[in-house]
Design a protein around this ligand. Structure first.
Ligand code: PLP
Length: 361
């Protein structure tokens, strides 16, 4: 893509339209087409997208929002930054996504929203989430930073892209994300015209007319250069997913017979785009495996080493609902193996051989 991307960047530089250039609109309309979503509002990054979603939903100090206890911190952080209490529920140990059977018991009079985070590339079970949200009149904000491109299938056969099922969805275009730019970038997705207008207004200093501020806003924009890069990459998004699925399939085939290791589980209702390939290592051997692979120059990551309620910043801010023991034990077992669109068979063979060697030691 280098030629295409270089040309797209050069075009922005030549035009000097660095802010709100035409490429921003073009990219958003192409993404709307891809997601089958009527409104995509660009913004500065995935964390801003979450803040905009919360602000537009009128979630305020004293309210509560339900989130998974095992997750990336951004959604919890934005909830807490508004003086709103994050209420944490457990996750399923096999898919790592929010346990929807625990949702109802987490609801109180203060609950205003649920934020399902589609972790590692596959969807939370959205049908029960939407049913519960409807019953209790709650907003659903999908944190789709890690799963752009995944499809969720409802029990009646309807298929929707993750991020387009709830009232609002959020995206990050951080360089490691499924659709990645050359810096920071994000977007908010909604099918509600009023919400879309509000999100756009908050992201633009709370104004719809220049220098007339209706609400307290912020400044969160997607740079034209980033939009131009994303517009090129969007054309290839399905091939990126195919490439990661091939890597995941090869790991599955070669690692599934190792008894001390659990390969990722795919949910029956979701496709998996393998943003991460996260295994679970049993018998307390995760850190030893990571150290062994590091010695062979094989990088791995622990997403995430602590559940939210054990984080210093959130210990006294967040509240857990029911048991969150899966979240706690996953933090001791998970290990994300290298996965990306340019992985060669040779590199992957080297990784796999070393994992097998560790367990045979
Ligand atoms: C699940 C999730 N939500 C939100 C974010 C925040 O995105 P950004 O880094 O663009 O602010 C990330 C990024 O790592 C993420 O993984």
């Amino acid at each position: 893509m280098k030629k295409e991307i270089d040309a797209a960047i050069q075009e922005v530089i030549d035009s000097s339209s660095f802010i709100n250039g035409p490429q921003v609109k073009t990219f958003c309309s192409h993404l709307e087409e891809y997601m089958n979503a009527p409104y995509i509002i660009p913004c500065g990054n995935g964390t801003d997208a979450l803040l905009l979603a919360l602000r537009a939903s009128d979630i305020q100090q004293g309210d509560e929002v339900i989130l998974p206890a095992f997750t990336y911190i951004a959604a919890v952080e934005m909830v807490a930054s508004l003086g709103v209490t994050p209420v944490l529920v457990d996750v399923y140990p096999d898919t790592f996504n929010m346990n929807t059977e625990h949702l109802e018991q987490a609801i109180s009079r203060q609950t205003k929203a649920i934020i399902p985070v589609h972790l590692f590339g596959q969807s939370c079970n959205m049908e029960p989430v939407m049913k519960i949200a409807e019953k209790y009149k709650l907003k659903v904000i999908e944190d789709n930073a890690q799963s752009l491109g995944a499809d969720y299938t409802f029990s009646d056969g309807t298929v929707k892209k993750t991020g387009t099922i709830g009232h609002i969805g959020t995206l990050s275009f951080f360089p490691s994300k499924p659709l990645a730019c050359y810096g920071d970038g994000g977007a908010v997705i909604t099918s509600d015209a009023t919400l879309a207008e509000r999100i756009r207004m908050i992201a633009n200093h709370g104004q719809t007319q220049k220098y007339h501020h209706k609400t307290i806003g912020c400044n969160s924009r997607l740079d034209t250069i980033q939009a131009a890069i994303l517009d090129v990459k969007l054309k290839y998004i399905n091939s990126f997913t195919d490439a990661r699925r091939k890597v995941a399939g090869d790991y599955d085939r070669t690692l599934s017979s190792l008894p001390e290791l659990k390969i990722p589980t795919s949910s029956p209702f979701s496709t998996h785009i393998y943003h991460q390939y996260t295994i679970r290592v049993k018998n307390g051997r995760r850190d030893a495996l990571q150290a062994f692979l590091k010695e062979q120059n094989i990088p791995t990551m622990i997403y995430y080493p602590l559940p939210v309620h054990e984080q210093e910043a959130y210990k006294w801010v967040a509240r857990t609902s029911g048991t969150v023991s899966n979240a706690a034990s996953l933090c001791k077992e998970v290990l994300s193996l290298p996965i990306h669109t340019e992985m060669t068979d040779e590199t992957q063979r080297f990784i796999i051989e070393n994992i097998i060697r560790f367990f045979r030691k």
